[in-house]
Structures are given as C-alpha cells and as structure tokens.
Design a protein around this ligand. Structure first.
Ligand code: FAD
Length: 463
C-alpha cells in the first residue's frame, strides 16, 4: 500500500506543477480537513492544482489509476463531498486569483477562490458579484449550485451573473462554456453542481455596490418570537429592492452590541441590509419597530466587505454541522408555529435557522434559463442548521433539524430543496428540486461525463 501511494505520488508529481500531498506529508492532516469538523476522510493523494493544465493532468491521472475523484473548492460542502477516503482530491485552493475589469464590469475568478477573495478584489472598484453571506465559503460550490445572499433581491443568484466558465470535463480537455460555446454545458453548470467537470475559472458580471452599506439588527426574545415573525412577514414582501433581510432563529451572542442581560438569550433576529438610500433603510426599520419593539437593536453603516464577513466567526471551520432546508411561499401561521416550537428545542446554542428572502431580481430570471433547482416565484428558503462545538452534542440537534424540516413540510413547496444545502443525498428530493430540468441535466451529464467520474456532488446519474 505504502509503495503504491509513494509511486502514485511521484507519478502525479511528474505530470503536474502544483504540489502533491500524500499521507507521509506533514501538511496532510491540514490539507484533508474540510469546514465541517464532523467529516474525517483520508484521501490517498491531494493534488493542489495551480492551473487548468494541472487539473486536466489530475483528472486524467485519477482515471488511469482508478482513483475516485473529489473536487475541492472552498471545502464547505456540509456532507464533505470535497474529500474522499482512498481517492484523489483535486484541491483548487491555490487557484484563488481574481482579476477585475471595471470598464467591462467583469471579474475572472479562479475555481478555488473564496467569497472574501472575490469581494475584496471587486470592492476595490466599488463593485460586487452577488454571492453568499459568509466570506470563507468557496465561490466554486456556491456558484455551481445557485448562490443566494445579500444581493439576490437586487441582482439575482450568483449563476444569474455568470458569463462563462473554463472547465475540465471527464476527458481531461480544457474548454470554455458560455451562451455561445457549449451552451448546454453552460446551462447545466448554472445550478447543476460539480457534475460536469472541474471549473477552473468563472467569469462574472459585476454590479455597483457599496463600498458603505446600511446595516440593522433587531432581536426579540422567545416570548415574542411568534409576534416578531408575524410582524416581519408583513414588512418583508413590500421592501424596496435596495434592501434585503436575513431572518434567524438564534441565540443572542455575547457581542459588544448586545446588552449584557440578553447574552445567550434565544429569540428571533432580523438582519436588514440597505444598498441604496439610507432613508429607505431607516424607514423599513421604523416600520418593524412600530409593529413590535425589539428587545434591542443595533444600526450602523458598515463597509460591504464587513457585511460579507460579519458571520464568518460564528460559522467557523472545525465545529460539527448538519443542515436540512426547504422553500416556503410565505411565513404562514403554520411556518411561524413550527419555527417558534423549534426555537426552544435546540440543545446547542450554536444551532440556528437562517431564512433568506427570494424575490425581485431573483424572480425576473427565466425559470428554465438555468439549471437552478427551484422555481423563480417569490418565496423564502429556510435552513435548519445544527451546529455544535463537540461531536457529542450534534446527534440531538441533527434530530432537531430533521424535526423542524418535517414540521415545515405541510407548509412548504414540497420535498425539493436548495441543492447546496443537502447534507444527506436523497434522490427523490434532488429530482423534486430540479423538476422538469432533471432529464435535461441527465443528458448533459451523459454527453460530458458518461462514466460519472464526477459523482461526489449532488449527483446526476448520466441518462
Ligand atoms: P466544496 O466542499 O469545496 O464543494 C462543494 C461541491 O462543489 C462539491 O461537490 C465539489 O466537488 C464541488 N465544487 C466546488 N468547487 C468546484 C469547482 N471549481 N469545479 C467543480 N466542482 C466544484 N450557499 C448560498 O447560496 N448562500 C450562502 O449564503 C451560503 N452560506 C454558507 C455558509 C456556510 C458556512 C456554509 C458551510 C455553506 C453556505 N452555503 C451558502 C452553501 C454553499 O453554497 C455550499 O456548501 C457550497 O457547496 C460550498 O462550496 P465550496 O466550494 O466551499 O465547497
């Protein structure tokens, strides 16, 4: 075994320029660790690629050696799809370069860049790509599944702003896909996940954002939770397009802006960001405050990059995580009751529910124009995230997350889900997420990866 690994390492080193890491390397444990501390896998080799040519060499090498492939962008897959026992990890973390063309309003981004790499580079020009809300997430996995965050109401999902990709499919070629080159492949990578090859470069359209934005947080305690959610649901659908919210079921952190008597108090949080007129932000906060005064609030201007990294620490790598998500049309009484009931049933104070609002620009995109797993009508995406600092607390809150999902089901849009938020692969839910797009995805998969070489993802079996 050791000999095979040693021989494999040398053979792979011979065909690629970037470093190749095997179990004998002192950096092996750090290189195989992924964001979810609940995942512990031991790959045979880790190919830390530095270029599309390295990726192509690694893809060909793995197939020649019969090694299962895992592709690692930011390593944030909840289920640890980006690391594999006894296989080859194609690690893109070295490919995190970002180049911005402010005239053309375009950014080119390496397949292993993190959101904070991209935000940092684009904000130097007062520009941004709509991304997710946590800076250490990978652009790769987030984009390929859709990408929702603070700018979704203003500018759509991340994939709605994707102009082209450079991709290495299973045959090891390096190809570009866009609206005019390999359009089927370009359609499929916008929502169909990592099924079709390794994306070595993303090209995005940019929007003027920041550099300063308005931020507000309001918090209500457990006893006000139902009323708070009902007040929020009245205000959110009428918000101007320049504002967006994240609604949370959470524990108040011991942060400087939280009055000490409320530290560690369970409740409902409303995070409201404003990207336009400060007046609009102020009056939206006033409307919520008038409906139900919060226990405390915190309103401040902040740089857009700070907003994008505000939740980084509370979602740090290495803790133990599980999540289950669903889409609902509205925060109906049934949804509110399920959320309030589960607020007090968490074991770990780190466990949290995130609710994203999807409307405005999100709904203006052609529903069949991308492979996104979901419809484009106004809705909320609800994520029940179990999180614990130690493995022993996770099983209880994993059940809490599943129980919340089950309680929301009668009020949800069905079993379909945002594919980027699936910890367990449930085929019927993947089919439901893609709906009528599923058969087309299978055909594109058959054309570009007929032997299902790239299957460590929300897998579409070639059809
Ligand atoms: P990885 O584990 O590296 O990859 C995930 C999947 O994508 C794997 O199957 C991998 O093989 C594939 N992949 C990654 N990069 C490439 C590439 N370049 N080419 C081909 N395949 C690739 N989602 C949102 O929409 N909005 C959010 O605000 C948001 N916040 C999040 C915050 C946290 C803390 C976490 C853990 C997740 C969040 N997500 C969010 C979900 C996130 O989009 C997915 O977890 C996504 O898969 C992460 O991508 P990654 O590159 O970091 O992960």
């Amino acid at each position: 075994m050791t000999q095979t690994v040693g021989g494999g390492t040398a053979a792979l080193r011979a065909v690629m320029a970037g470093p190749v890491i095997d179990p004998s390397d002192p950096g092996y444990d750090a290189a195989r660790a992924v964001w979810n501390g609940d995942i512990d896998r031991r790959p045979t080799l880790i190919a830390r690629c530095g270029s599309a040519e390295d990726v192509a060499a690694a893809v060909r090498f793995a197939q020649a050696e019969g090694l299962e492939i895992a592709v690692r962008g930011g390593g944030h897959s909840m289920s640890g799809q980006s690391v594999v026992d006894d296989g080859l990890v194609i690690d893109l973390s070295g490919m995190c370069q970002v180049s911005v063309d402010p005239e053309a309003m375009r950014a080119r981004v390496g397949g292993g860049a993190l959101l904070k790499d991209l935000d940092g580079a684009t904000q130097e020009h007062g520009l941004a790509v709509p991304l997710g809300a946590i800076g250490h997430t990978g652009v790769g996995g987030l984009t390929l599944g859709g990408g929702m965050g603070w700018l979704t109401r203003q500018a759509g999902l991340t994939i709605d702003n994707l102009v082209s990709v450079e991709i290495v499919p299973a045959d090891g070629r390096i190809v570009r896909a866009s609206a005019t080159e390999h359009p089927d492949l370009f359609w499929a990578v916008r929502g169909g996940g990592g099924n079709f090859g390794v994306v070595t470069e993303f090209e995005f359209r940019l929007h003027a954002v920041g550099p300063m934005i308005d931020f507000g947080l309001m918090f209500w305690g457990e006893e006000q939770a139902g009323d708070a959610l009902r007040a929020i649901r009245e205000v959110v659908p009428a918000l101007p397009r320049s504002l967006n919210v994240i609604i949370t079921v959470m524990t108040a952190p011991p942060a400087p802006f939280v009055p000490e008597q409320h530290h560690f108090r369970p409740g409902i949080g409303l995070l409201l960001a404003g990207f336009g007129d400060t007046e609009e932000h102020t009056s939206a906060l006033a409307r919520v405050r008038a409906a139900l005064p919060p226990l405390f609030d915190h309103v401040t201007p902040m740089p857009y990059v700070a907003l994008q990294q505000m939740l980084d620490e509370s979602n740090a790598a290495g803790a133990h995580y599980y999540e289950k998500s669903t889409y609902v049309d509205d925060l109906t009484d049934g949804v509110v009751d399920a959320l309030v009931d589960h607020l007090g049933r968490r074991t770990s104070p780190m466990s949290i529910v995130f609710i994203y609002r999807l409307d405005q620009a999100f709904c203006e995109m052609d529903e069949l124009g991308t492979a996104f797993g979901g419809t484009r009508s106004p809705q909320y995406a609800i994520f029940g995230i179990a999180a614990s600092p130690t493995p022993d607390l996770l099983p209880a809150d994993r059940e809490w997350s599943r129980s919340l999902w089950a309680a929301l089901q009668p009020h949800s849009r069905g079993v379909g889900t945002y594919v980027n938020a699936m910890t367990e692969y449930e085929e019927h839910r993947v089919r439901a997420a893609y709906g009528s797009k599923y058969e087309r995805l299978k055909r594109v998969k058959a054309a570009h990866d007929p032997r299902n070489v790239f299957h460590r993802n929300i897998n579409i079996v070639p059809g």
